[in-house]
Ligand binder design. Structure first.
Ligand code: ZN
Length: 349
C-alpha cells in the first residue's frame, strides 16, 4: 500500500514538473486526484487493510494527495505568469488595437419624443416651424386674441424682458414666450393659408418649481388652416398622434374648454395608460388631461390677414414634458431639465 502510494506520488510530481500547458495539468489532476483517479481508488481500498494500519495509511494517502494538488497549483501560477510575460514582451500584445470606447451621448427623452411626433406629423403633411424664445407681445398675446387685461399677461405668469410700463400691455412689450402658439402666428403671417404646421419648443412661465410645474418646459403646438376644416379633422389628427406615441389606439374624449384663441375650445382627455380603475397619475379618474385645442378664433385668422369667411382651422397644444412623463412614468417634472446623468442615462437609445 505504502509502496503504491510512493509510486503515485513520484508519478504525479514528475508529470507536473514535465507539464507545460493548462491542459496537461488538468489531465494529471483528473488522472490522479479526480473522482475516478488512482489516488482516490487507493483511498477507497483502505478498508481492506488491517484495522490498526488504516489511520497511518489514510494520513499518508491524504498527504500525497495534498502535495500533488499543491504542486499543480504552483505549476499553474508559473504558467500564468509566463504567459503574461510573453504577452507583455510583445508576442501577443497589439499596440494598434483600439482602446476602450469613450461613452456615447444620447438624445434627451424630450428630444426623442419631439422627433417621433415630428415624424407622425410630417407623415400627415405638416411642416415643422421654429421661432424665437424671446417673443414680441403682439405674437405671444395680441394676435392670439388674448385681451390686454387678461391675467396671463401679469408678471406672475409671464417673464417680461421689457420693464413695466415700457410698451407692455400695448402689444409692444417683449417677453419670454409663454407658449409655442406665437410660432403659429409667425407661420400664418409668413405663409398664409392653406397651412399645416407644428411648432415644438421651449416655453417659459413665472413658476415656483414643484413636481408638476417648472419655469421652463416643452410644448408642441400645431394648426391646420384650410377650406372646410372641422372638429372631426382635429379629432382624427389627435388620435393618429396618440397612436404614434403610445404604439396603440388610445381612447379619447372632448370636453369644452375656454382659450381666447379658439372658438369653440376643447380639452382633450385620453384614457389613462397606466390603469383600468384609477391610479395616482390620473387622480383616480381613469382620464388624463392631455391637450387643449379647438377651432381657431376668427380674430386670430384676421390678425394674420386670413379671411375667416373663406378659411377655417383647428389648433392644439401638446405638452411634450407631460407626454414624456406619461410615457415613462416620471413623477416629477424637475427631473427633465435637471441635467442629472443618472436620470438621463436611462433613456440612452
Ligand atoms: Zn390611471
Amino acid at each position: 500500500m505504502l509502496e503504491r502510494l510512493e509510486e503515485l506520488r513520484h508519478e504525479g510530481l514528475t508529470a507536473v514538473e514535465a507539464s507545460n500547458s493548462e491542459d496537461e495539468l488538468r489531465e494529471i489532476e483528473v488522472r490522479l486526484l479526480g473522482r475516478k483517479g488512482a489516488l482516490t481508488d487507493l483511498l477507497k481500498s483502505l478498508g481492506t487493510l488491517p484495522k490498526e494500519d488504516r489511520p497511518a495509511a489514510g494520513q499518508a494517502a491524504n498527504r500525497v494527495k495534498q502535495e500533488i494538488a499543491a504542486q499543480i497549483e504552483v505549476a499553474r501560477g508559473k504558467l500564468h505568469a509566463f504567459n503574461l510575460a510573453t504577452d507583455l514582451a510583445g508576442d501577443g500584445l497589439d499596440a494598434t488595437l483600439p482602446g476602450p470606447k469613450p461613452p456615447a451621448g444620447g438624445l434627451h427623452p424630450l428630444g426623442q419624443i419631439a422627433r417621433e411626433l415630428e415624424d407622425v406629423f410630417q407623415s400627415m403633411g405638416f411642416r415643422i416651424a421654429d421661432g424665437p424664445e424671446v417673443e414680441l407681445e403682439d405674437n405671444n398675446f395680441d394676435a392670439l386674441n388674448i385681451p390686454a387685461d387678461h391675467p396671463a399677461r401679469e408678471s406672475h405668469d409671464t417673464i417680461w424682458v421689457t420693464p413695466e410700463g415700457d410698451g407692455r400691455g400695448k402689444g409692444k412689450g417683449v417677453c419670454m414666450r409663454t407658449h409655442t402658439s406665437c410660432v403659429q402666428i409667425r407661420a400664418l403671417r409668413e405663409h398664409g393659408a392653406p397651412l399645416r404646421v407644428v411648432a415644438p419648443g421651449r416655453v417659459f412661465r413665472q413658476e415656483t418649481p414643484d413636481p408638476t410645474h417648472d419655469h421652463t418646459f416643452h410644448q408642441m403646438e400645431g394648426l391646420v388652416v384650410d377650406k372646410g376644416v372641422g372638429v372631426h379633422h382635429l379629432l382624427h389628427a389627435m388620435n393618429t398622434l396618440l397612436e404614434g406615441v403610445f404604439g396603440r389606439k388610445v381612447e379619447t374624449r372632448l370636453r369644452p374648454g375656454f382659450f381666447p384663441f379658439v372658438e369653440p375650445g376643447f380639452e382633450l382627455d385620453a384614457r389613462c395608460p397606466f390603469c383600468k380603475t384609477g391610479c395616482r397619475v390620473c387622480k383616480q379618474s381613469t382620464w388624463i388631461e392631455l391637450m387643449p385645442g379647438g377651432m381657431i378664433h376668427p380674430n386670430v385668422l384676421r390678425a394674420c390677414d386670413i379671411d375667416p369667411d373663406v378659411y377655417s382651422g383647428y389648433a392644439f397644444g401638446l405638452g411634450l414634458s407631460r407626454m414624456v412623463m406619461l410615457r415613462y412614468g416620471i413623477d416629477d417634472i424637475r427631473w427633465l431639465l435637471s441635467g442629472d446623468l443618472r436620470f438621463l442615462e436611462q433613456f440612452r437609445a
